[in-house]
Ligand binder design. Structure first.
Ligand code: PMP
Length: 405
């Protein structure tokens, strides 16, 4: 990206332009949530100002407009994921709800005692705890793919864990705590080979990598709108048509039924079967605007992010008290740091005094922290609107940390 392009791009994100503790904000907590472009804010504002109505049921014009925009948003997501049909796109509140939906509906109806669910050490709690709840209910057993000494997935060990009892492989495409891109091809193929289903947690991938669920060959794919420049409160479960069609509802209410009587009820077609109640309409429209925004970015934005990542890693390597976790792994623009004797919390607070937003703690990945033998880390996560100056500023701020502690 040229300097002009980057300036124009940053102008699309109002929240970036403010002072925090008397310093220009440097937002490096993008893995937690991204800032929102005007296109998203305006799409949601426009919906509420002009088209606001409930979807799918009413006979009036506003409702027709709201329904058209809402279903167009679903189609926008289908294109983003390259799903075969928009019937395979289920709206959820986010990644967490999407995984809970699969665990409750598919898992609750399919799993028996002794069936195995395969996860990995570096999963977010959202891709651990729903499976634990399911295992407690069904007697299914959770197995965990370990890490190599380099802090990456041990693929060979993972392949060895896939067997006739494996029913589900649920795994993240990109680790939120480390930024590492997991090579999933062999694992997904091996799971398919034994007849297991596969769920890919794409929460940290969608903001950085092009996604193609058909090329990936997964049965389910999940992500959250707010990590890809869209609003909170909206996420997506992609499910392959034949798998979704075989799944029972998980929440009951309006929208998800075909017919209700006290003698019994019947269920709507997919995806509405999984969307009980009034959906997050404005949020879906906002997410579609975010995906359109990304699709129309100047070419070279991914290279811009990669250059920032490399600049950050090079600068960090020159700081003797800083240790990057999984330093050699292929990664997106997310790094997790150990800072010698300096507690991440103290470092994070000091950075905030300088206007720099970072993340500290276990990053909702306590088992990963346990495996790495750390209590927590300082995480810096980049987005397309970050700049070389910002990277240099955070490196300079980190270099000063030992003077304070
Ligand atoms: N999985 C991963 C890899 C994540 O990074 C996150 C969000 N930190 C989640 C799941 C959960 O997403 P949400 O909180 O939006 O439901």
């Amino acid at each position: 990206l040229s300097t002009t392009q980057l300036t124009e791009l940053r102008a699309c994100f109002p929240a970036l332009h403010q002072n925090i503790n008397c310093n220009q904000l440097i937002y490096l907590d993008n893995a937690a949530t991204t800032q929102k472009p005007l296109a998203v804010l305006e799409a949601m504002d426009h919906f509420y100002r002009t088209d606001n109505a409930n979807v799918h049921r009413a006979a009036h014009t506003l409702s027709a407009r709201a329904t058209t925009a809402f279903e167009a948003a679903r189609e926008r997501v289908r294109r983003f994921l390259n799903a075969a049909s928009s019937d395979e796109i289920v709206w959820t509140r986010g990644t967490t709800e999407a995984i809970n939906l699969v665990a409750a509906s598919w898992g609750g109806s399919q799993l028996r005692a002794g069936d195995e669910i395969l996860l990995s050490t570096l999963e977010h709690h959202a891709n651990i705890v729903p499976w634990q709840l399911l295992a407690a209910r069904t007697g299914a057993v959770i197995r965990v793919i370990p890490l190599t000494a380099a802090g990456t997935l041990d693929i060979a060990a993972g392949l060895a864990l896939i067997g006739p009892r494996t029913r589900m492989l649920a795994i993240s495409q990109v680790s939120n705590a480390l930024g590492v891109i997991n090579p999933l091809g062999e694992l997904l193929a091996a799971a398919r080979h034994v007849g297991a289903l596969t769920l890919v947690d794409g929460a940290q991938a969608v903001g950085h990598l092009p996604v193609d669920v058909q090329a990936l060959g997964c049965d389910f794919y999940t992500f959250s709108g707010h990590k890809v420049y869209g609003p909170t409160g909206i996420g997506v479960l992609y499910g392959r048509r034949d798998v979704l069609e075989g799944m029972p509802p998980w929440q009951g209410g309006g929208e998800m039924i075909r017919h209700v009587s006290f003698a019994g009820s019947t269920w709507n077609r997919i995806p509405l079967r999984f969307e009980a109640g009034t959906p997050p309409i404005a949020e879906a429209i906002g997410l579609a605007a975010a995906l359109e925004f990304i699709a129309t970015l100047p070419v070279g934005w991914r290279e811009h992010e990669a250059r920032l990542r490399d600049r950050l890693l090079a600068g960090l390597a020159a700081l003797p008290f800083v240790e990057v976790l999984a330093p050699t792994a292929e990664r997106v623009g997310v790094v997790s740091l150990r800072l010698g004797d300096i507690h991440p919390q103290d470092a994070g607070e000091l950075l905030d005094q300088m206007g720099i937003a970072s993340r500290v703690g276990h990053h909702c990945a306590m088992p990963l922290m346990q495996a790495l033998g750390v209590e927590g880390t300082l995480r810096l996560s980049l987005a397309l609107y970050n700049t070389e100056q910002e990277v240099d500023a955070v490196l300079a701020a980190l270099a000063r940390l030992p003077d304070f502690f």
